[in-house]
Ligand binder design. Structure first.
Ligand SMILES: NC(=O)C1=CN([C@@H]2O[C@H](COP(=O)(O)OP(=O)(O)OC[C@H]3O[C@@H](n4cnc5c(N)ncnc54)[C@H](OP(=O)(O)O)[C@@H]3O)[C@@H](O)[C@H]2O)C=CC1
Ligand SMILES: O=C(CO)COP(=O)(O)O
Length: 342
């Protein structure tokens, strides 16, 4: 029987590791990369040392610089591109996709200009016939740990149950457990907004605040994620799941998190530009903070942590002052959503 085929668009840490998951699941996988050096290294040395050092890739993972070659006739196409480049890549991919391809995106963020979710961007750019084949993959999953086959749980969501279940069956294996969830809006919003709170957690740790502060950030962060998410049409229970609290916990506590690390560097006095240059990988939380700040105004919901982080990142507010301002806000009820009628 011939092997199933997949293309992964994006040769960063997550795209490369998802390619290895699919290879372990019996797929023949091709990664589309825009750097010639990356393509050569993957094809000749079976490595991608810039983004995921110390990981040897299976031989069934190849790379190409031609998006057409990567996508042509592939049953499954994964978009694992930083969110600000998703539209450009989707537009380039669109003419080459098989009419029945399964589309999965694993990116966490909003398009800043339009404030759209990634599946909305894909819907606009891909052929109409593929709209119901668009799926999001999210959840607590640092690439470095998946590469070591450390037990990981994620969630896939799509507008059609059958599509989500197909993605689940292609991606699941004994170290990568994939759940389905019908709430695509919630899954995309949870995975995106947690990066804002992870930046805050890195700042908090870097400033020397303790576990109480971290727990406060995670819990009150989740409250504002859910508040905006519900205003945008998400189902609240999704935020108690892998794409909500699950991803929030992992990014706020893991040394692998680029968002946490960026927040930590900021706390040490580096400028945002210096931090982003030093990181050399996407820190989605920065643009997501801008997007969420605008969305909060658009949907008229309160997001105090996001507001303070916005001021720290873009107005150079002193992070200690930001924490003080958060702690000294007017008194509120913890559960504003249920307090009416008390
Ligand atoms: N890393 C992780 O553990 C996880 C990441 N994610 C999400 O996955 C997405 C991708 O992240 P990740 O792989 O970590 O990012 P990285 O920063 O590791 O890599 C980004 C990759 O995208 C490529 N790229 C950027 N812009 C373009 C473009 N316009 N056209 C083609 N290729 C482009 C880069 O190419 P080049 O090298 O040429 O710049 C690079 O290969 C993000 O949204 C992230 O939040 C989700 C879960 C886990
Ligand atoms: O989304 C992630 C893990 O689930 C990756 O987070 P970072 O981008 O902060 O590394």
């Amino acid at each position: 029987m011939s092997k199933k085929t997949a293309a992964v668009l994006g040769a960063g840490s997550w795209g490369t590791v998802l390619a290895t998951v699919l290879a372990d699941n019996g797929f023949e996988v091709i990664i589309w990369a825009r750097r010639e050096s990356t393509v050569r290294e993957i094809n000749e040395q079976h490595r991608n040392s810039r983004y995921i050092p110390d990981v040897r890739l299976p031989r069934s993972v190849r790379a190409t610089m031609s998006i057409q070659e990567a996508i042509r006739d592939r049953e499954m196409v994964l978009f694992v591109i930083p969110s600000q480049s998703m539209r450009e890549v989707a537009r380039a991919a669109a003419p080459h996709l098989r009419k029945d391809a399964l589309i999965v995106h694993a990116s966490k963020g909003f398009e800043l200009d339009s404030l759209k979710r990634m599946s909305e961007v894909l819907k606009e750019e891909l052929p109409t016939a593929l709209r119901e084949k668009i799926t999001v993959l999210s959840g607590p999953s640092h690439a470095e740990e998946v590469a070591k086959k450390s037990p990981t749980t994620v969630v896939v969501s799509s507008e059609r149950q059958q599509t989500a279940e197909m993605a689940q069956s292609y991606l699941i294996n004994p170290y990568f457990r994939v759940y389905t969830n019908p709430d695509m809006v919630g899954v995309e919003i949870g995975g995106s907004l947690k990066n804002i709170i992870a930046l805050g957690a890195g700042l908090s740790d870097g400033l020397g605040f303790g576990d109480n502060a971290k727990a406060a950030l995670v819990t009150r962060g989740l409250a504002e994620i859910a508040r905006l998410g519900m205003a945008m049409g998400a189902r609240p229970i999704t935020f108690a799941g892998l794409a909500g609290v699950g991803d929030l916990v992992v990014t706020c506590t893991s040394r692998h998190s680029r968002n946490w690390r960026a927040g930590h560097m900021l706390s040490q006095g580096m400028t945002l530009d210096e931090v982003l240059e030093r990181m050399g990988m996407v820190v989605e939380g920065v643009k997501t903070t801008r997007a969420a700040y605008r969305l909060a105004r658009q949907y008229q919901v309160e997001m105090p942590i996001t507001n303070e982080l916005h001021a720290v990142l873009f107005d150079r507010k002193d992070p200690r002052q930001a924490v003080e301002d958060l702690m000294c806000r007017g008194k509120t009820n913890e559960m504003e959503e249920i307090v009416q009628g008390w």
